[in-house]
Design a protein around this ligand. Structure first.
Ligand code: SF4
Length: 374
């Protein structure tokens, strides 16, 4: 069922966001049904809601490196990271940003029915370069007529104020998302995976990005060695509750005022699917979305060696499915779930082998999520 109004009334504002002047009654009804069935705010649903269509992500490799690889913090990278710096699906860095966007568009031409794309700077650390270089690359991407969103994957310790200011400036042209690789809140695990920064660095980056008006998406890995399901859920809880730390600080700093909050309208998902609207008080410092990633053991990584030495076991599909359901139940309404599994390159995948059958995994996850009762 489609909104009768959306086709004729929605117009894009200067940032490319659909501006709606109608009540979208029919469309809202269809979203309510989907939300009730899915029980979480998926990225597709969010895109449909915010942009009026699904956007396709084009992965861009801008030829950056990472402090965990260039010798600044280390040379071997995070323990799970393949040599491509998580950019296994990106185009060659020798191509310009525009060429990579055009190649990405051509690749999905037959299967993608939408008209706009997300320029996803994915490989390595995408804010780890002089600001002038970042400005050049990001400006080229954001001004491409078919790009609706600029998404930048990076580390929280590579976000100096001048980079945040640049991203905030670009955010006035089109929406900018900043994707932060947190993976875990547990310092012992962070040390084991050689992440290279501590939790307060992440918390501080989120606060500065949100203060600058940017959208933040946090990456979490489920199944890291030594972590129990409770520890992984604690990480998810921290991601959605980080704001509380700063809310309290803000309240004290500002003499106990209520600043630091915004009011958001939420469609409550009631068991009777009545879809009542309520107003929730939400902190401006809460990230906007989360990516739940299954830990992949990839060929050529130090994690692969540890796995072959029997130092840890990977999760079964049943364990992962249960955990994802429990994690989703922790998220507040409106918190966008960008991913519920991972996309490891099959040619490098050692374990878990069940994750190679993406369709089966997603079917099994979606069925479990629909049936889940906390
Ligand atoms: S996962 Fe990211 S931060 Fe870690 S080594 Fe790879 S590119 Fe660097």
């Amino acid at each position: 069922m489609k909104c009768r109004q959306v086709l004729c009334v929605h117009k894009n504002d200067q940032r490319g966001l659909p501006h709606c002047t109608c009540d979208c009654f029919v469309r809202q009804s269809s979203l309510k049904v989907e939300k009730h069935e899915m029980k979480y705010d998926s990225l597709n649903r969010y895109l449909q809601d915010a942009f009026g269509e699904k956007l396709y992500k084009i992965a861009i490799n801008a030829g950056f490196t990472c402090p965990n690889r260039d010798g600044t913090l280390g040379t071997r990278g995070c323990i799970f990271c393949s040599g491509s710096g998580s950019g296994d699906f990106a185009e060659a860095s020798s191509l310009s940003v525009t060429e990579q966007i055009e190649k990405g568009k051509a690749r999905v031409e037959k299967k993608f029915r939408g008209s706009r794309y997300i320029a996803y700077f994915q490989a390595f650390t995408n804010t780890y370069a002089p600001v002038s270089r970042l400005r050049e690359l990001f400006t080229e991407a954001i001004h491409h007529p078919d790009i609706a969103v600029l998404s930048v994957a990076t580390r929280p310790d590579c976000l100096p104020d001048e980079v945040v200011a640049l991203l905030a400036e670009l955010n006035r042209v089109k929406p900018v998302w900043v994707e932060l690789g947190l993976q875990t809140i547990h310092e012992k695990t962070a040390e084991y995976i050689r992440r290279g920064y501590s939790l307060p660095v992440y918390d501080d980056a989120v606060m500065r990005l949100k203060t600058a008006g940017l959208s933040v998406i946090t990456h979490v890995i489920l199944g890291l060695p030594g972590e129990t399901p409770e520890m992984m859920k604690a990480t998810v809880r921290h991601v959605v509750q980080i704001s509380e730390t700063y809310d309290r600080k803000e309240a004290v700093d500002r003499g106990g005022t209520d600043r630091g909050y915004r009011r958001v309208k939420c469609q409550k998902t009631n068991p009777d699917n009545s879809g009542k609207t309520e107003v929730q008080r939400r902190s401006i410092y809460t990230p906007d979305g989360i990516k739940l990633q299954l830990l992949h053991v990839l060929e050529g990584t130090d994690l692969a060696r540890a796995y072959r030495n029997g130092e840890f076991e990977v999760m079964t599909l049943d364990q992962y499915t249960k955990l994802v359901c429990e994690c989703l139940a922790l998220l507040p309404e409106g918190f966008v779930v960008h991913r519920i599994t991972g996309d490891g390159p099959k040619r490098l995948l050692i374990a878990p082998q069940w994750s190679a059958d993406k369709k089966r995994v997603l079917n099994s996850l979606n069925a479990a999520i629909r049936a889940y009762e906390p």
